[in-house]
Design a protein around this ligand. Structure first.
Ligand code: NI
Length: 133
């Protein structure tokens, strides 16, 4: 793929934000950071269009919370068509980390993630999605 060059004019504050992004993500240069932002934006618009995407949902919770595992299993069975795999790790005596690999229409994945994150006792939940093409 050929690479095209173009000039970018930015306010000082925005340029500073861009440079912080370069540092935070360990990008080799500003071009890489801009590429990242554009691709991120494209993927996010695809979500809105409800395109086919793949991703992972990470959930952290205390397994002692009443009915939490029962609710999580039941919800995952309701959405079994979207779930490719799940992995459960016992972090310590109380806490568990579950990674659920998902694929399907972005809107449906967000819905599943929101429902799982809403279960009482879930400490943290994060869905990461990416276009498949
Ligand atoms: Ni566990």
């Amino acid at each position: 793929m050929s690479v095209k060059r173009f000039g970018v004019s930015l306010e000082e504050e925005l340029l500073e934000s861009l440079d912080n992004l370069v540092i935070d993500h360990h990008f080799p240069n500003r071009s890489q950071a801009i590429r990242f932002l554009i691709k991120k934006n494209v993927v996010e618009s695809k979500w809105k269009e409800d395109m086919e995407v793949a991703g992972a949902l990470v959930l952290i919770y205390d397994h002692h919370k009443r009915d939490i595992q029962k609710q999580m299993t039941s919800l995952q069975h309701d959405y079994h068509c979207l779930i490719l795999s799940s992995q459960h790790i016992h972090l310590d005596h109380d806490m568990c980390l579950e990674t659920i690999t998902v694929k399907g229409k972005a809107g449906k994945l967000v819905k599943l993630a929101d429902k799982l994150k809403a279960i009482k006792g879930i400490r943290h939940g994060e869905l990461v999605m990416s276009g498949t093409k």
